[in-house]
Design a protein around this ligand. Structure first.
Ligand code: 5GP
Ligand code: ZN
Length: 145
């Protein structure tokens, strides 16, 4: 499915031009217009999925191998020391374009890229309660027994 009102559908399918670094029948990988670092790229499926929860398995299984290929090429071409794979789902998580995409953010020794959080301190009772809540949702959706 493609969504006529979605900018990433248009970019992924070549209707709007982009700095494309990779393309195959299912994906286009482009450079981000607001890069966190030099080479910041986005993996876009050509089909429209709002977020990871809508993604079809056939597409999903190809995403991480593609991220690894592009990340390796970044290390070999840009000299980054590593890279982050970031994927936001929902406004609360920082998603601003509601077409599933994966950020590949090259990391250099210098440069203030922030992909971080402040670690809290887990309370054992609260961990169990939280675990129970998620496990029971997985169970009612038939993913665990
Ligand atoms: P999100 O916040 O949804 O995870 O990420 C959206 C990303 O898309 C942002 O990093 C933003 O800079 C990038 N972006 C938004 N519009 C465009 C566009 O038209 N072209 C490109 N290349 N990147 C875009
Ligand atoms: Zn779309």
């Amino acid at each position: 499915m493609r969504d006529d009102n979605c900018i990433f559908c248009k970019i992924a399918n070549g209707v709007i031009p982009s700095e494309t670094i990779y393309e195959d029948d299912m994906f286009r990988v482009i450079l981000d217009l607001g890069p966190a670092s030099r080479g910041h790229a986005l993996i876009l499926p050509k089909q429209h999925y709002k977020d990871i929860c809508e993604l079809e398995e056939e597409t999903a299984i190809k995403v991480l191998p593609l991220a690894a290929k592009i990340g390796n090429a970044m290390k070999n071409s840009l000299g980054c020391a590593g890279f982050n794979v970031v994927q936001n789902n929902g406004k609360a998580a920082g998603q601003t374009v509601f077409h599933f995409h994966v950020h590949l953010i090259p990391r250099y020794e210098e440069g203030p890229v922030m992909v971080s959080w402040v670690p809290g301190e887990a309370d054992p009772g609260e961990l169990t309660q939280t675990g129970d809540a998620i496990r029971s949702a997985l169970q009612s959706e038939g993913h665990i027994q």
